[in-house]
Design a protein around this ligand. Structure first.
Ligand code: 13P
Ligand code: SF4
Length: 324
């Protein structure tokens, strides 16, 4: 599948009168605005370091539910900030770069998905959180990579299920649950770029290393993994494993927290098919420290949602939170 890379933001090229110490300026604004900064593990290390909470998609949703601040600054991609807004309609939710989308969410357009759902009226729709608010509104239950298997396991065995939008996570859930799921044919460009051939070569160079992978990877890569889990799952695993070396098959941003949590261990990013840094999510990396500062100072760009879509998207989110 080919999907266009995200547009470069306009703001990055503009000469700006920025404060010298952006870290301090952001901390000051945070206090002034009563803001909380939530960040995903795939953000740039500098952005992870200014966050009040860093997590995977499930942890970030749970943090958004319990949030007492007036403003949520979301350092992640659009569907994540949108999820925070679904859960907090009265709060200002800022996303430093509105172009921070997601190839997986884009692979499931609402009109086509509505037709797919209508063609299978007896199916329950379980959607991975990496989708738009419109897709959430068409779903019965949301899941994340951390709880997808557990959620499918709670559905009666005779209930047919549509699983969208990630075919790789869907295939992994089918294998783990033994359920037959009707899969939407979507995927993530970052997790499909890993090369099985190069992974095998790397393992030969580091025979003691454990291979740890995210379930958005393709089956031919996942079959080499010693452990498969969400970003939080991978982070916890490297802390408890007695191995000293890990080949990390997901977006390389998560290695920042792994190094902090286990500084004596070695983390080797898995190689993509090309020689570029394609294992960095080009959408996640659109957010920068400068854009965070500007978003907070100007209270924009903010996430705005149609209220009927928000209410429809809230129900499957609440079901997920109750089942997690
Ligand atoms: P998790 O945050 O559930 O690990 O998912 C990773 C991802 O691709 C987020 O975009
Ligand atoms: Fe989307 Fe993949 Fe980037 Fe996650 S890593 S935000 S699924 S494109």
């Amino acid at each position: 599948m080919f999907l266009a890379a995200p547009k470069q933001s306009q703001t990055s090229d503009r000469p700006l009168d920025l404060p010298l110490d952006l870290f301090q300026a952001i901390a000051d604004l945070k206090k002034e605005m009563n803001a909380v900064i939530l960040a995903h593990y795939y953000q740039d290390p500098d952005l992870q370091d200014i966050a009040d909470y860093i997590g995977d998609s499930l942890g970030l949703s749970q943090a958004a539910v319990n949030c007492q601040a007036d403003v949520i600054v979301f350092l992640g991609v659009h569907f994540m900030a949108e999820t925070a807004k679904i859960l907090n309609p009265d709060k200002l939710v800022l996303l430093p770069d509105l172009d921070a989308g997601c190839s997986l969410a884009d692979s499931c357009p609402p009109d086509r998905f509505a037709a797919f759902k209508a063609a299978h009226p007896d199916h329950l729709v379980i959607s991975y959180i990496n989708c738009s608010a419109e897709i959430k509104a068409l779903s019965d239950i949301i899941c994340t990579s951390a709880n997808a298997v557990a959620i499918v396991n709670q559905i009666p065995a005779d209930q047919p299920i549509i699983f969208a939008p990630d075919r790789n996570l869907g295939r992994y859930v089918m294998e783990k649950s033994g359920r037959d799921l009707l899969l939407w044919d979507g995927a993530c460009i970052v997790h499909e770029i890993f090369s099985e051939r190069k992974l095998i070569d790397l393992k030969l160079i580091h025979p003691q290393a454990e291979i740890i992978a995210h379930p958005e990877c393709e089956a031919n890569v996942l079959r080499h993994a010693d452990f498969i889990g969400s970003t939080t799952g991978l982070l916890k695993y490297v802390q408890k494993s007695d191995r000293q070396e890990f080949i990390v098959v997901t977006e390389s941003g998560v290695i920042h927290q792994m190094q902090k949590a286990a500084p004596h261990k070695k983390f080797i990013p898995a190689p993509p098919t090309s020689n570029c840094a394609c294992n960095e999510c080009p959408y996640m990396r659109l957010n920068t420290l400068e854009k965070v500062y500007l978003a907070m100072k100007n209270r924009t760009p903010e996430i705005i949602l149609n209220e009927s879509i928000r209410q429809a998207a809230l129900k499957p989110m609440q079901r997920m939170l109750a089942m997690s």
